[in-house]
Design a protein around this ligand. Structure first.
Ligand code: FES
Length: 103
């Protein structure tokens, strides 16, 4: 569905998306790496559970939130891939438990 207009070249790094190991070009956005490999769902809507995906691809809409290395609410369109990064579709619902760090 998605292809790169520039062609992708450069050093490859391995990341994991929803448990799948992928070789992607270092420095591209998390969203780009996901979409080019068929992972177009970034999160599930908190109330309806519907699939959501990147919309603006420039940091404005927050539709692209994913979990990166265990940290939720990361904007896939703004974050750059790096070696060893673990990315998961975010599924936070009203029933999700919230943890607050001790200050
Ligand atoms: S796609 Fe809109 S903020 Fe990432």
């Amino acid at each position: 569905m998605f292809t790169s207009l520039r062609g992708l070249s450069g050093d490859l790094v391995e990341i994991t998306v929803n448990g799948a190991p992928l070789q992607v070009v270092a420095g591209q956005s998390v969203w780009s790496a996901m979409a080019l490999n068929g992972f177009t769902v970034t999160r599930k809507a908190a109330v309806s559970g519907q699939d959501r995906s990147a919309y603006c691809a420039m940091g404005v809409c927050f539709e692209c939130l994913v979990e990166i290395d265990g940290l939720p609410n990361q904007q896939a369109c703004l974050r750059r891939v790096s070696a060893g990064m673990v990315i998961n579709t975010q599924h936070i619902t009203e029933a999700s438990e919230v943890y607050h760090a001790e200050l």
